[in-house]
Design a protein around this ligand. Sequence first.
Ligand code: ADP
Ligand code: MG
Length: 339
Amino acid sequence: MLTVDKGTVRFSGHVALDAIDLDVADQETVCVLGPSGSGKSTLLRVVAGLQRLDAGRVFLGGQDQGSVPVHKRGVGLMFQDHQLFPQRDVGGNVAFGLRMQGATRAERDARVAELLKLVGLPDAQRRGVATLSGGEQQRVALARALAPRPRLLMLDEPLGQLDRTLRDRLVTELRELFAELGTTVLAVTHDQSEAFALADRVVVMREGRVAQSGTPLQVWQQPADAFVARFLGFENIVDATVTGDVADTAWGKLPVPPGTGQGTCQLLVRPAGVRLTATEDQGLPCAVVSRSFRGTHVAVQLRPPHGPRLDAACGLAEAPDPGESVGITFAAEDVVVLA
Ligand code: ADP
Ligand code: MG
């Protein structure tokens, strides 16, 4: 459906998109995840035709979009801050794209009613935009983007403004809606939980390039490198030298999966793989620096004798207190070899 081929955008010498390659298949939901400034919005603007490429090409349905203007691309773009027209009512907002397409009044009214029902705001046509809650504005913006039946729907930080509970609910609703409509979706966000919940495939972006692409499970289980791992919130990263099935690190010897490349690399240990031993004189001795309650577990920060600090995920009952001394071992299944 969509192919970006070596897309490059420079802003006065600064490279916002650096020969980026991206494919989105028909009916696929791809979520681009990356820190602020990594080029996510620029990518969407390029696909929509709002930003000119300095090099590379964009194809939609196999056709080069180089000379195709914005309104002929058949893409819907929902911006970060909704950008609803404050002087128009809900119906007027949703009908906007249809009006641009030259739909008749009757066609517009029917489609607006259909869309408002779809997003859970039936009969809201005459309501003023200012009377809507954040979540409702979000739904209206979505209805407006979907109304002209875009072949590709693009969402820029779709749930960025909403509180966590509403966000979690809307993510689930959006996923169901996209499946039901068979919509092809390219969404961008800096929020990993949003990306992981929404996407069939996650693309992690760094400085205008793709750092990793894969299913949410693949990316979560095997971050490609230390950048992706840290961006996902994993901090237990250490330099290692692998010999056979053992890695030598500042934290001592760690088990690595059979077949791991020999020589130097970086290792990630997921917090669940940092295990407290029965008594403090067993395993690697660490001081407990802090603990914070996370609902399903307690995140404990540990200071080992050498090397970076360690995050451990402990059961609610067994979590030690700051100041205590503990011993730890590492579980092989939670050791990940990074590039
Ligand atoms: P993101 O959406 O991932 O936060 P953007 O695509 O908005 O990132 O921006 C990528 C980089 O390009 C940033 O360094 C940003 O400052 C720069 N940038 C974006 N738009 C412009 C512009 N119109 N003029 C100059 N620099 C820009
Ligand atoms: Mg942005």
